[in-house]
Design a protein around this ligand. Structure first.
Ligand code: SF4
Length: 359
């Protein structure tokens, strides 16, 4: 499990930071030293972008997968200091009835999507596994690909979901800095760092086809550490579980919903992070969400990203009808699917709607 080696990898990072000034930049190297060097020094960003583009086109062709998230519940028992759904916040809590789930799903399907990401806040009592299984039961009648972003589960629980039709699991570690993680998660099961970290491997052992990992950029003052560890975590998954499709997301925190000081990552650094990830993880899917503004999303098409969310709502429901107001975060790209497809086609990229087709 990755939790067995994270201590060693953290020491490696600290050792590299001490000698960083003595390391030469080589665009051909693929070792740990280079990841840290690229993250910390001015590099030729155009050269990096070009290499990222070459690798992305080579491994993925000119395609971008489009999907949309559906929030089915905003109940959460965790005290995360940076999230709109935190139990620390007094917001209206709601979960969708199965009837409303069906309306949302039909509305999403009618827009043209074939991949859906089902999300909940983390609360086993209000969003029980049985409830989630019933939602999946409805979703699988309409979608080829069902991904979930819920609380971490035991392997046998993931197996139940796999047997019921999910293809993938998204689970963000937020930060790989264990001490900092403990400080920003005030209470709740999410405080258990290792249990969360190893959940993607439990999901893989249970048979999911794809996993999506990532840090929340801007939480940790030292984003270089979290990006480094994400890449190392990605390499670990690819080496140990070659049968699984791995994707990485780098959501950037929005200061407006955070109760703690944030450290915004600049656009140029965000782009550099995507290029570096491609350089060191050639085959990884890279996802960009609607947290990012239109100009970032459009400009990064073809330069490393392979998946984009579209028409996202971060309220519970919100596709068929705007049910409730509390949002997990703000959307910065409100274009509809048709407009996003137009941009992709203008750039000679083909929109894809699923990775997996049932046969
Ligand atoms: S980040 Fe997830 S676990 Fe934390 S408060 Fe938000 S929804 Fe709950």
């Amino acid at each position: 499990m990755f939790s067995d080696i994270i201590g060693f990898e953290t020491k490696q990072f600290k050792r590299i930071k001490k000698i960083i000034n003595d390391i030469d930049i080589s665009y051909n190297e693929t070792d740990r030293l280079q990841i840290v060097k690229f993250l910390n020094f001015d590099v030729d960003i155009e050269k990096l972008a070009l290499r990222s583009k070459e690798l992305t086109d080579y491994f993925f062709g000119k395609t971008i997968l489009l999907y949309t998230p559906l929030y089915i519940s905003n109940y959460c028992i965790n005290g995360c200091l940076y999230c709109g759904f935190s139990a620390l916040n007094k917001i209206k809590r709601k979960k969708l009835s199965l009837n409303d789930v069906k309306k949302e799903i039909i509305s999403i399907k009618e827009k043209g999507f074939d991949t859906i990401l089902i999300l909940t806040g983390e609360d086993r009592r209000n969003s029980s596994l049985e409830y989630i299984l019933k939602v999946i039961e409805i979703a699988k009648k309409y979608f080829s690909e069902i991904l979930i972003e819920i609380y971490p589960l035991e392997e046998y629980e993931y197996r139940k979901l796999v047997n019921n039709g999910i293809t993938g699991v998204t689970l963000y570690q937020e930060t790989y800095d264990k001490k900092f993680y403990d400080r920003i998660h005030k209470f709740g099961p999410k405080k258990n760092f290792n249990y969360r970290l190893d959940a993607v491997e439990r999901a893989i052992n249970a048979g999911v086809k794809e996993v999506n990992i990532g840090p929340l950029l801007g939480l940790n003052k030292n984003y270089d550490f979290d990006v480094y560890m994400t890449v190392i975590h990605g390499q670990y998954i690819q080496n140990n579980y070659p049968e699984v499709e791995l994707a990485i997301s780098y959501p950037r925190i929005q200061s407006s919903v955070s109760k703690i000081k944030t450290y915004p990552v600049k656009d140029i650094d965000f782009a550099k992070i995507i290029f570096i990830t491609r350089l060191f993880l050639n085959r990884v899917g890279i996802n960009i969400s609607t947290r990012e503004p239109q100009y970032m999303r459009d400009n990064l098409i073809g330069l490393g990203i392979t998946k984009m969310s579209a028409e996202a709502k971060t309220t519970v429901g919100g596709h068929a009808k705007n049910f409730y107001d509390a949002k997990q975060f703000e959307i910065n790209d409100n274009r509809n699917l048709v407009d996003i497809i137009k941009v992709l086609k203008l750039k000679n990229y083909r929109p894809e709607f699923t990775n997996w087709v049932k046969i």
